[in-house]
Design a protein around this ligand. Structure first.
Ligand code: TPP
Ligand code: SF4
Ligand code: MG
Length: 276
């Protein structure tokens, strides 16, 4: 009997058969959405450079994807990716990393890359916590949640990442959850086709660290929560702020055309050629 092979297996390094993720983690769904987007667009992994920081989510591309991968320092993947994109403007440069990595220590890189509108596709895994290091409060942790670093409940207000990227100047910003894998895939495809800075926020379950803090139960309960509490951007516009307090607003927050940095840089180099 022939052994069936997962259709996306060809995009991963064949000799790696185990992952670092806990059972029920949303990372697998997000990884599949990324690879499915690449597959459906018929893109070539040889044209990609994947860049990640440090955290559970940063393990998505590295070492699994059969492509060039840069597993960088905590908070800095967008800075590395900016350098890669300026050096290799024709490459697809994709950053995949966590909410802590990209909005806490790496928050400045995120907003400035959006402001510059550099052609990167950023898949930001938002599990609302520092997963890999034991469940500390992140800038995305909901107010009131008791974590190992906020045992009496988090007093801070959480970042609303996709609208933040949109007002910072991103050409594309969208949010979906692991309970919406097809729409997440479509958003990644759109981000990959967009000439400019594209942020795709994937709200994800961390049943281990967030699970123990959030009392949301197991992975399946968290997925049900995502589905039951998601409202589209369009519906959210008609709701009062109080009604939105516990909701996850999903959909597109930016989809615009604007001058992109590496194109402008290329044009400048062309103009300056031969000049003293
Ligand atoms: C400069 C520096 N500060 C702190 C750390 C410790 N650290 C590693 S990963 C991480 C948080 C990861 O959280 P997130 O980016 O949300 O990823 P997740 O594990 O939740 O997917 C922290 C604080 C580090 N490695 N380097
Ligand atoms: S700690 Fe959380 S985010 Fe990290 S692999 Fe486990 S379930 Fe996933
Ligand atoms: Mg996290």
């Amino acid at each position: 009997m022939s052994k069936s092979v997962h259709p996306l297996r060809k995009y991963t390094r064949g000799h790696i058969s185990r992952t670092t993720t806990c059972p029920g983690c949303g990372i697998g769904t997000i990884s599949q959405a990324v690879l499915r987007a690449i597959d459906e667009l018929e893109l070539n992994m040889d044209d990609f450079i994947f860049v990640s920081g440090i955290g559970c989510s940063a393990w998505i591309p590295s070492p699994f994807y059969a492509a060039d991968t840069l597993h960088t320092t905590h908070g800095r993947p967008i800075a590395y990716a900016t350098g890669v994109k300026l050096g290799l403007p024709d490459a697809h440069v994709m950053v995949i990393s966590g909410d802590g990595d990209l909005t806490a220590i790496g928050g400045n890189h995120l907003i400035h890359a959006a402001r510059r509108n550099i052609d990167l596709t950023v898949v930001l895994v938002n599990n609302g916590i520092y997963g890999m290091t034991g469940g500390q409060t992140a800038p995305t942790t909901p107010r009131g949640l008791a974590t190992v670093t906020s045992p009496y409940g988090n007093m801070e207000h959480a970042f609303d990442i996709s609208p933040l990227a949109a007002v910072a100047g991103a050409a594309y910003a969208a949010r979906w959850t692991t309970a919406h894998p097809r729409r997440l895939t479509r958003a990644i495809k759109k981000g990959l086709r967009k000439k400019g800075f594209a942020l795709i926020e994937a709200v994800s379950q961390c049943p281990v660290q967030y699970g123990k803090a959030g009392k949301l139960g197991k992975a399946v309960d968290m997925l049900k929560y995502f589905r039951q509490n998601s409202v589209t951007v369009k519906k959210a516009r008609a709701l009062a702020p109080d009604a939105l307090a516990d909701k996850i607003v999903v959909g597109e927050f930016a989809d615009i055309e604007k001058a992109e940095l590496t194109e402008q840089y290329r044009e400048l180099k062309r103009k300056m050629k031969g000049r003293p």
